[in-house]
Design a protein around this ligand. Structure first.
Ligand code: ADP
Ligand code: MG
Length: 684
C-alpha cells in the first residue's frame, strides 16, 4: 500500500468511503493523524482463555468451546429473534443466546470449536452466555484471544469499524510518524518510541504494554502543549508595550486607608516592573476571595494614567462593574484620575457622551463590562486593560484591544477562582502569574456547616438573631434550569423570597436579586443591600463573584449539592469581609451520600486552592468550568486531573528544549505540531 501523509484526509484510506468519512468527522477525525490519535478509552482483556467451569457469575470471560447443539432460531415477535445453542469444553457446558442476529445460525456449525467472549451468568448449576463475540478458534485474534481496545463511538460506527479504520491508518502511514520527543527526553524517562507507542496503544500485547504506550503518549501530548505555551509566551515577550515609568509604590500605598499586605505589595511591584520594561505586560493576579486584588489593579491604573495613558477595567457583570466604578471613583478621583462608566444598560445619550470622552482623552479610566471591547468604543491612548474574575482573557480579546491602540496594551487578569495548579499551568501557561497568598489582617475564618432540613428551624432562628444584631444575610438559591420543575426540595429564588418574606421573616426587610431582572432593578436592590436598607438578600448566583458588603455575616446556600465546590467557596467569600464573625450554612438538599461528602470538604477547608484540587478530583476537568469556553485545550489522551506529575516533567523538558532551541529550528516536526496547537488555542 502506498504511504499516506499524516495530514492526508481519511478519505484516501482504503475502505473508508464518503459515508464513513462523514461519520468520522462527527468525532472530529479528519486526517490520518486524527484517526490514529483516536486513542482507546479503555481495554477489554480477552487474552486470557479460561475454562467454562471457572467463569464467575456476572463476569466477562473468554473461553474456547465447541458448539454441541444445532443453533435454533426463533422469532419471538416482530423485530425480536433469538438464536439458542449449547457449547462445551472439557470442563463444563453452557447455554448461549444471541438476540437479533438471525445470520448467526449460518456462521456456527456443530462440532466446530470457537472462541467466545462475553458476560456469563450462573443460576445454580446452569451457566448462560448472552450475545457473545465469537470467532473460529483457528482464526482467533481479532475479537477474541487478545486485548481489545474500546473506543468512544458515534452512532453508525461500531467498535470494530473504528478499530479497523485505525489499523488501516496505522498501516498507511508507516514510517511517517516522527518522534516529537527529543531523544534525550525519551532516554531520561525510559519512554517507548513513537512507532511502538502507536502500535501498542491500539493493539497492546499485554496490559502492561498498553500502560507503557499510554505513558509515552500522555507525555508527548503534554510536552507538545508545554512547548506551545512556552512559545506563545516568548512570542508575547517580543511584543512592544507602552513604557510606563515605574513609580514608587509607597506613593500609592500612602493614599490608602489601610496597609497593603506583603503579597499585595509583591504583586504590585511585579506588575509595575512589567509595565516599565518596554514590553507588553501579560499578568495574572490570582488570589483567594477577599485577598485584595482590586488594589493591584488600582496601582497599575494609577501608574498608567499618571504617564498620560488610559486604562480600561472590565468586570463580568454590570453589578460588579458598578461596584468597581464606585471603588475606583472613591480611590482614584482624589488622585486626579477621571473615572467614567460605560455599560449596556446606560441610555443612548449617556453612552455617547462616555464614548466621546474616551475618544477625546477626557477620561482616564473606563469601568464597564466586556462591552468595552466592542468595536465602536474608541480610546484616545489606551495602554492597560484589566479584567476581573474572568477565567481567561483570550487571544481574541487581546487582539480586539490591540486594534484600539498603537501597540500591544498591557493586560492584567485577576482571578479569584482558585484554579488547581494543573489547570492553571495550562490555562495560564502563557501568562506571568502573581499569587496573593495572604489575606488582609483581621479576617476571620468563616465557620461553615453542612446541614439537612431538620436544622431549618434552628437556622431560621440564627438568621433572626444575626439580623437583630445588625448584621446582613445572603440566601442563595441555585438557578432552576429551563424545563426543570420547581419542587418542594428545589425552589427558585423568587419562591424562597416570597416564602421568607411572608411566612418566616415578615418583620425584616428582604430583597430579591436574580439574573432575569432588568439592570436598573438589580442596581436598586444591590444598592439597598450595600446601604443596609435590605437586611436579607435572596438571590441566585449573581452575587457569586466580587460583591463586597462587609456587614454581611451569614451566607445561606439552598440546595448546596447543586453547586461546585469552588463555586460554593466563592459564595462563602461574600461574607467574612468585615470585622464581624461570619458563618456559612449549606443546606444539603436531597443529594445524598457523595454530595454530602463533597460538602464536608468545605466545612474542613478554607483554602480555595485546596478546595479546587478536591473539586477537580471529584468532577474532572471537563465539568470544572462547566463548559469549554474557557479555552481548555482538547487533550486526546492526557487526563488533567491525574497528570500533574507528568505535566511537570513534560514542562521541565519543554523548557529545557526551548532554552536550547527557542524557535525549534532543529525540530521541524515538533515545530509544525506546536504551531497547530497554538493556532487551536488562538481560535478557542
Ligand atoms: P478580591 O481579591 O476578592 O477582589 P477585594 O479587592 O475586593 O478582594 O478586597 C476585599 C476587601 O478588602 C475590600 O473591602 C478592600 O477594601 C479590603 N482590603 C484590600 N486590601 C486590604 C488591606 N491590605 N488591608 C485591609 N483591607 C483590605
Ligand atoms: Mg474582586
Amino acid at each position: 500500500m502506498s504511504t499516506l501523509h499524516l495530514d492526508d484526509d481519511v478519505r484516501y484510506l482504503k475502505g473508508i468511503g464518503e459515508q464513513r468519512a462523514r461519520l468520522l468527522e462527527k468525532l472530529e477525525i479528519r486526517t490520518v493523524y486524527d484517526l490514529i490519535s483516536w486513542f482507546p478509552r479503555a481495554y477489554e482483556d480477552r487474552s486470557v482463555i479460561c475454562w467454562l467451569s471457572d467463569v464467575e457469575e456476572g463476569e466477562s470471560a473468554c473461553v474456547r468451546a465447541t458448539v454441541v447443539s444445532t443453533p435454533l432460531l426463533s422469532r419471538i415477535r416482530k423485530g425480536l429473534t433469538i438464536t439458542r445453542f449449547r457449547i462445551a469444553d472439557d470442563s463444563a457446558a453452557a447455554e448461549v443466546t444471541i438476540f437479533n442476529q438471525p445470520y448467526a445460525k449460518n456462521n456456527l456449525s456443530v462440532g466446530t470449536m470457537y472462541t467466545f467472549y462475553g458476560r456469563f451468568q450462573r443460576k445454580g448449576s446452569k451457566l448462560t452466555l448472552q450475545n457473545p463475540n465469537y470467532e473460529r478458534c483457528d482464526l482467533e485474534g481479532t475479537k477474541t484471544g487478545r486485548i481489545v481496545p474500546i473506543y468512544r463511538l458515534t452512532a453508525g460506527i461500531t467498535q470494530r469499524g473504528i478499530a479497523q479504520a485505525v489499523q488501516q491508518g496505522l498501516n498507511a502511514c508507516q514510517g511517517e510518524l516522527r518522534d516529537l520527543l527529543p531523544p534525550e527526553t525519551i532516554r531520561r524517562y525510559g519512554l517507548q518510541d513513537v512507532q511502538e507507542a502507536y502500535r501498542s496503544v491500539h493493539a497492546p500485547a499485554s496490559m502492561e504494554d498498553a500502560r507503557r504506550a499510554r505513558e509515552r503518549l500522555v507525555f508527548e501530548e503534554l510536552f507538545v502543549l508545554a512547548c506551545a505555551l512556552g512559545s506563545m509566551k516568548s512570542e508575547r515577550r517580543r511584543e512592544q508595550g507602552f513604557p510606563i515609568p515605574k513609580q514608587d509604590p509607597a506613593d500609592f500605598a500612602s493614599a490608602l486607608p489601610f496597609e497593603l499586605t506583603g503579597a499585595q505589595q509583591r504583586a504590585i511591584e511585579e506588575a509595575l516592573r512589567d509595565m516599565a520594561s518596554g514590553q507588553a505586560m501579560n499578568r495574572l493576579v490570582q488570589g483567594d476571595v477577599g485577598s485584595g486584588k482590586t488594589m493591584v489593579a488600582a496601582a497599575c491604573i494609577r501608574a498608567v494614567c499618571r504617564a498620560g495613558y488610559q486604562a480600561a477595567f472590565m468586570a463580568p457583570t454590570e453589578l460588579l462593574a458598578d461596584q468597581h466604578f464606585r471603588t475606583f471613583s472613591d480611590l482614584l478621583e482624589p488622585m486626579g484620575i477621571r473615572v467614567i462608566q460605560l455599560k449596556g444598560s446606560m441610555g443612548a445619550r449617556a453612552k455617547r457622551e462616555a464614548k466621546e470622552r474616551l475618544a477625546l482623552g477626557e477620561a482616564d479610566l473606563a469601568v464597564g463590562t466586556h462591552a468595552l471591547l466592542s468595536e465602536d468604543v474608541e480610546f484616545h491612548r489606551l495602554a492597560l486593560a484589566v479584567t476581573d474574575e474572568q477565567h481567561r482573557f483570550g487571544v481574541r480579546q487581546r487582539s480586539a484591544l490591540a486594534a484600539k491602540t498603537s501597540a500591544a496594551p498591557h493586560v492584567l487578569v485577576m482571578s479569584a477562582t482558585p484554579i488547581p495548579r494543573t489547570l492553571a499551568l495550562i490555562l495560564y501557561g502563557d501568562l506571568d502569574v502573581s499569587v496573593i497568598d495572604e489575606l488582609p489582617p483581621g479576617r476571620q475564618k468563616v465557620d461553615t456547616f453542612a446541614v439537612d432540613e431538620s436544622m431549618r428551624p434552628r437556622i431560621e432562628r440564627f438568621i433572626a438573631r444575626l439580623v437583630d444584631e445588625g448584621r446582613q444575610v445572603y440566601v442563595v438559591c441555585p438557578m432552576i434550569e429551563e424545563g426543570e420543575e420547581e419542587t418542594e426540595d428545589l425552589r427558585s429564588a423568587s419562591e424562597v423570597y416570597d416564602h421568607l418574606r411572608t411566612q418566616v421573616f415578615p418583620q425584616y426587610r428582604l430583597g430579591l436579586l436574580h439574573g432575569k431582572m432588568k439592570a436598573q432593578e438589580k442596581d436598586a436592590v444591590m444598592a439597598g443591600f450595600v446601604s443596609g436598607e435590605i437586611q436579607i438578600l435572596v438571590s441566585t448566583t449573581v452575587v457569586e463573584v466580587g460583591v463586597d458588603v462587609p456587614n454581611a455575616a451569614l451566607m445561606v446556600v439552598e440546595n448546596a449539592d447543586r453547586f461546585g465546590l469552588s463555586q460554593l467557596h466563592q459564595l462563602r467569600g461574600r461574607v467574612g469581609r468585615g470585622k464581624h464573625k461570619s458563618y456559612c450554612v449549606l443546606f444539603k438538599g436531597k443529594g445524598g451520600g457523595v454530595s454530602g461528602e463533597r460538602l464536608q470538604a468545605l466545612v474542613r477547608e478554607n483554602d480555595g486552592f485546596r478546595i479546587s484540587e478536591e473539586d477537580l478530583k471529584l468532577r474532572g476537568p471537563g465539568d470544572f468550568f462547566g463548559s469549554r469556553q474557557h479555552g481548555l485545550p482538547t487533550l486526546h489522551i492526557a487526563d488533567l486531573a491525574s497528570s500533574l506529575d507528568v505535566l511537570k516533567e513534560a514542562q521541565a523538558e519543554a523548557a529545557r528544549l526551548l532554552r536550547a532551541d527557542p524557535e525549534l529550528k532543529g525540530h521541524p516536526d515538533l515545530k509544525a505540531r506546536v504551531a497547530q496547537v497554538v493556532r487551536g488555542a488562538e481560535n478557542s
